[in-house]
Ligand binder design. Structure first.
Ligand code: PNS
Length: 164
């Protein structure tokens, strides 16, 4: 396994400035960073998986070493297929730790050669989550500084279409 390929997995519904901050940091550390969007069965996502991928590709296009893909099934299987040795995850606050620890240790049990690397996003993003972004958007609140302008536009367009 090559240590220089890392996977940054998540739902990214939608990509936030906190995710982007982590991608920017990860891109400096690894030769290749694969942002992997989970194709899950979530009941009411705001964006479809192809829409999330399109937005992620657009907002990460300045980094040639960053790729955006979709995965389904076990993360460790996907990492094996992509020859990645590292899973990158962000920890914003102590409250993230328990869930992240559980996932990292389970992934280690499933594939001991795969390391999880935790990085801290900029502290100004420590309270930011995609879930809160969706909630603020649905309640008509401002999204400036929380998501890239393109994502804000797409959210507004989606909500306007849903309301009409
Ligand atoms: O952005 P999220 O929703 O916190 O990301 C969670 C994600 C996608 C990293 C996690 O749900 C995952 O890895 N799912 C793939 C299925 C899997 O491997 N499950 C076992 C994890 S221990």
């Amino acid at each position: 396994m090559k240590t220089s390929i890392a996977i940054y997995p998540g739902s990214f519904d939608p990509v936030t400035n906190g995710h982007l901050d982590l991608i920017m940091r990860g891109e400096k550390m690894f030769d290749r960073l694969i942002v992997a969007v989970l194709k899950n069965m979530e009941k009411e996502p705001l964006f479809t998986v192809p829409e999330r991928v399109e937005m992620l590709r657009e907002v990460t296009k300045q980094w040639p070493a960053v790729e955006v893909e979709v995965f389904e099934g076990l993360l460790v299987e996907y990492a094996r297929k992509r020859d990645a040795a590292v899973i990158l995850r962000g920890i914003r606050a102590v409250s993230d730790y328990e869930y992240e620890l559980q996932m990292a240790l389970m992934n280690r049990k499933l594939e001991p050669r795969l390391e999880t690397v935790f990085m801290l996003p900029g502290e100004s993003y420590s309270y930011l989550s995609a879930k809160l972004v969706r909630e603020i958007a649905q309640l008509g609140g401002p999204l400036t500084g929380l998501v890239p302008p393109l994502v804000e536009q797409k959210i507004r367009a989606k909500l306007a279409a849903a309301a009409s």
